[in-house]
Design a protein around this ligand. Structure first.
Ligand SMILES: Cc1cc2nc3c(=O)[nH]c(=O)nc-3n(C[C@H](O)[C@H](O)[C@H](O)COP(=O)(O)O)c2cc1C
Length: 367
């Protein structure tokens, strides 16, 4: 028996935002934007989730204006007239359905494969040009290049505000550019962007400050981070709550409103000796609202997106317990919502028996 799902559907409000409920669509790269331009099919895809009750949509990662920002040709851009017009249409459709939406702004750093772009000479870039342990793919960024990158994030955030988005999410997770600065394996710099864990937050701090300056005091800034990397699921930037506190403090001070704490299984304790997950600890240590994520509504964890997964309703009970205890504020749902646009409506109406198993087939189209 599943208990009342009501806590998921309590409105959320703080000084900058009011959301109809606690369900957030997690950012998921889809690769259906040829030439970087999201078309009407992308707008309709997001609109379907808004129509079915998702409280906040975070778009797929959309790349900032830098020649090496993307790892795939069909991911959407967040610059240039055509792409921004496409995004403005996405916003219009989602708002018409009563939803809220923010873009996730992204630079992949050294995760770009040169082979994917045979006609481009834009080399992958990163703090030290290191893609993974023992894999040097380019020269370290110069300080002037770092400053330009900070400006490109700020330009993207300004565009988000200009075309009507409800906020912006900065992608600081999953081993991409910002996270490459955080991680000592990929950041060996000896200037002000490198050093200990706190010093390695410098790039992110400058990005957040520049974004805040570009969007003003009232526009919500969400910051996504993760301990795990695609090359190392066991990696930890912070090994203790004290380290996590030191890591988060400069980011919070720079202007983050909400932390989006990316884990693969929301029920896993982040540190020994407490049941709190990463979002729980982050809320406790910063006092900021947090978003949790990781295998909500699925019976298996996020390891391989190409693997099928059952619709697990059991973990929804545990999720609701944590939400009621106010361990975190919002819940991001990835694959379950990619699979089924009506996932939130079914949960809200208690139609849990109608939830569908995740099928990798769903990745093939924008249903
Ligand atoms: C197809 C796919 C694409 C993804 N793309 C992104 C992305 O662009 N940005 C991001 O931060 N996370 C991305 N993720 C991770 C999800 O946001 C989410 O954290 C992860 O899927 C775990 O949630 P879930 O178990 O509910 O699917 C992606 C996940 C999937 C399945």
């Amino acid at each position: 028996m599943t208990r009342s799902v009501q806590p998921l559907f309590k409105p959320f409000a703080n000084d900058k935002w009011s959301l109809a409920n606690r369900i957030v669509m997690a950012p998921m790269t889809r690769g259906f934007s040829p030439g970087g331009v999201p078309g009407p099919d992308v707008a309709a895809y997001y609109r379907r989730r808004a129509e079915n009750g998702v409280g906040l949509i975070v778009t797929e990662g959309t790349v900032i204006n830098h020649p090496a920002a993307a790892a795939d040709r069909n991911v959407p851009h967040f610059y240039g007239e055509a792409a921004l017009e496409g995004w403005a249409n996405v916003v219009k459709e989602v708002h018409a359905a009563g939803g809220k939406i923010i873009p996730q702004i992204w630079h992949v750093g050294t995760a770009r494969q040169r082979e994917t772009f045979p006609d481009s000479d834009a080399a992958p870039i990163g703090p030290s040009g290191i893609a993974a342990p023992d894999r040097q793919v380019s020269e370290p960024l110069t300080e002037a290049e770092v400053v330009d990158l900070v400006g490109a994030y700020a330009d993207a955030a300004a565009a988000a505000k200009r075309i009507g988005f409800d906020g912006v999410e900065i992608h600081g997770a999953h081993g991409y550019l910002i996270d490459q600065f955080f991680w000592d394996v990929t950041n060996k710099r000896e200037d002000r962007y490198g050093g200990d864990l706190v010093q390695r937050t410098r790039f992110a701090v400058e990005v957040i400050e520049a974004v805040r300056k570009a969007v003003g005091p009232d526009f919500p800034i969400v910051f996504r981070f993760s301990q795990w990397k695609p090359t190392d699921y066991t990696a930890k930037l912070a090994k203790t709550p004290e380290e996590l506190e030191r890591f988060l403090a400069p980011l919070a001070a720079a202007g983050v409103d909400i932390f989006h704490c990316s884990t693969r299984r929301f029920w896993e304790p982040e540190f020994e000796g407490s049941e709190l997950n990463l979002a729980g600890w982050t809320k406790r240590l910063t006092g900021k609202p947090t978003i949790t994520v990781g295998s909500v509504g699925l019976d298996n964890e996020f390891t391989n997106v190409f693997a099928g997964q059952g619709a697990g309703t059991d973990n929804i009970n545990g999720l609701i317990d944590r939400l009621e205890r106010e361990e975190f504020d919002l819940v991001a749902v990835g694959r379950a919502l990619l699979n089924d646009p009506a996932w939130a409506a079914k949960v809200l109406e208690g139609r849990l028996g109608e939830l569908e198993p995740f099928s990798p087939q769903a990745l093939r189209s924008l249903s």
